[in-house]
Write a protein that binds this ligand. Structure first.
Ligand code: FAD
Ligand code: N01
Length: 484
């Protein structure tokens, strides 16, 4: 369907072609809706398209980090390792797209820059970076919780004469640091996964650590044929348990692995309780610091001052390097949403509404922004879960909602302010029972200067959360105002 001026009119526009956007496209298209995906990247896969740094892999087991919606897909796809690598996940996503013929409804290299709600027409007008205008009844933001890389915020970064890289958008052709002096800033999951591999290439490597992290050995290995066939036999039961679950946790032995006691001490996390920043899984991370050419700089003792033309200067010395890797993370959870100029009722900007932290009903909808859905949005379990489980939950809920509206002649759905306020209070209340708010983490937004310090995820558990949103839908979308 098109407007008189030729611009497309859709039932639903989905922004983002990662695991969320692809499944959202499939479910809505299967119901006969006119739907399209727009994606800023040149390819599919979201996280797994962008994060190509060496060592990138999932830390949820492959048999769990995969779609559950198709028993046929489960049987025909065979994972090779316990924790799949980024290339293998990307191949899986490509396979899913081919198998369900998704590509024909996806526009790549297309970034959404603004979305304005027309209260009279009850439709969104979406504009892309290329100037295209798309009209749509429903706008579904499948833009990812960890898709906007965070700048290093270090004075002088632009002065450095050598190459710099960010783990969150790694060059497709790869980078070889052989024979180079390398500086790595950041020791979160991305740093911890890539540092052991960089160490095999670089002639000298200096790791600049501000906060040591908890990391456990991944114990990755190839999957045995018997394990694969056992899982394939029991997949359905396993998937049911997964959807009803919470999440699990392990332990640590840094001092036994690192020969230099001073380095070992600096690597031990002490400034936040276990789990309040996302724990990491590694392959030989701590042992890497036993190599003579690998150095650790503790930025808590000698703070980072600036990047110069040829190196990195701390309060104590300047480290000359040929290249720098920023493993400095993301503007998580809200970054991709507030990067788009989204205007709801009365022209109110989402960024303005979220000026003091994200407010949402169920992490799925925002009061005053009708017909807008956020997949794994802030204040849903999202990043506190095996994310593909939360993604499927949300996608299926949104699809059921849109079907319900079609079947019942409704054209607008908007969360009520009261329901949103209650949900925000509930999320805050259960968050405050935990130690999460005590740590400076991206869960709290405190990794981005100026970002409001709010616990942005829902800790109530994937299973109970699923029961709640299902119940809300069953009761005719409690907490939402629906218009015919
Ligand atoms: P994404 O994969 O982030 O896709 C969002 C897409 O939206 C991106 O392709 C982006 O380009 C696009 N986009 C954003 N804004 C716009 C716009 N304005 N216009 C057009 N397109 C736009 N989760 C786990 O559960 N287990 C793991 O082990 C795990 N490992 C991870 C490892 C890394 C390195 C990272 C960064 C994340 C990891 N995650 C993990 C979280 C991961 O993000 C999710 O599991 C999942 O891949 C998210 O899928 P998504 O489709 O929701 O978002
Ligand atoms: O980012 P992070 P990430 N000066 O924010 C440091 C998922 N993921 O890309 O802690 C100096 O965790 C910062 O220091 P501090 C997963 O959900 C999963 O590693 O703020 N240092 C920190 O050390 C993960 O949690 C996998 O003091 C600076 C690091 O940079 C999320 O993505 C793999 C700095 C950033 O760590 C993000 O992980 C990869 C500065 N100015 C990612 N700015 C799996 O294996 C930042 N830092 C599943």
């Amino acid at each position: 369907m098109t407007e008189a001026d030729g611009s497309p009119q859709l039932d639903a526009l989905i922004v983002g072609a990662g695991l969320s956007g692809l499944y959202q496209l499939k479910t809505l298209r299967d119901l006969g809706f006119t739907v399209r995906v727009v994606e800023a990247a040149k390819g599919l896969g979201g996280t797994w398209y962008w994060n190509r740094y060496p060592g990138a892999r999932c830390d949820v087991e492959s048999l769990s980090y995969s779609y559950s919606f198709s028993p046929e897909l489960e049987q025909e796809w065979t994972w090779t390792e316990k924790y799949p690598t980024q290339p293998e996940i990307l191949r899986y996503i490509q396979h899913v797209a081919d198998r369900f013929d998704l590509l024909r409804d996806i526009s790549l290299s297309t970034r959404v820059t603004s979305a304005v709600y027309d209260e009279k027409a009850r439709r969104w007008t979406v504009t892309t970076g290329g100037g295209d205008v798309i009209g749509t009844r429903f706008l579904i933001m499948a833009t990812g919780c960890l898709s906007v890389s965070k700048a290093p915020e270090i004075p002088g970064a632009e002065r450095f004469q050598g190459p710099t890289y960010h783990t969150g958008h790694w060059p497709h052709e790869g980078v070889d640091f052989t024979g180079q002096r390398l500086g790595v800033i950041g020791t979160g999951s991305s740093g911890i996964q890539s540092i052991p591999i960089f160490a095999r290439q670089a002639s000298e490597m200096t790791v600049f650590q501000r906060t040591p992290n908890f990391s456990m050995p991944a114990g990755n290995r190839p999957l045995a044929a018997q394990e694969i066939s056992d899982m394939k036999e029991n997949y359905r039961d396993w998937r049911g348990a997964q959807r009803a679950s919470g999440f699990g946790v392990p332990v640590d032995k840094i001092r036994a692995k690192v020969a230099d006691p001073e380095v070992a001490e600096a690597l031990c996390p002490t400034s936040f309780p276990f789990g309040t920043k996302r724990p990491c899984l590694d392959t030989g991370y701590y042992e890497t610091f036993n190599a003579e050419h690998v150095h650790l700089v503790d930025l808590r003792k000698t703070p980072l001052q600036e990047i110069t033309e040829s190196g990195i200067r701390t309060s104590e010395s300047t480290y000359e390097v040929d290249a720098i890797v920023f493993a400095t993370g993301f503007d998580a959870m809200t970054g991709a949403l507030t990067a788009v100029d989204i205007r709801g009722k009365g022209g109110v900007a989402l960024k303005e509404k979220w000026g003091e932290g994200p407010r949402s009903y169920l992490g799925l909808a925002v009061a005053g922004f009708p017909n807008l859905f956020t997949i794994t949005g802030p204040s849903s379990p999202s990043v506190l879960s095996n994310m593909i489980v939360s993604i499927e939950q949300h996608v299926e809920w949104v699809t059921d909602c849109i079907r319900y509206m079609r079947d019942n002649g409704r054209t607008e759905i908007d969360a009520t302010t009261g329901a949103e306020d209650d949900w925000v209070s509930h999320v805050e209340e259960v968050g405050n029972y935990t130690l999460y708010p005590t740590a400076d983490s991206w869960y709290m937004g405190s990794n981005v200067p100026g970002k409001p310090r709010v616990f942005m995820a829902y800790i109530g558990g994937v299973g109970p959360y699923a029961d709640r949103i299902t119940e809300i839908a069953r009761n005719g979308y409690e907490g939402f105002a629906l218009k015919t």
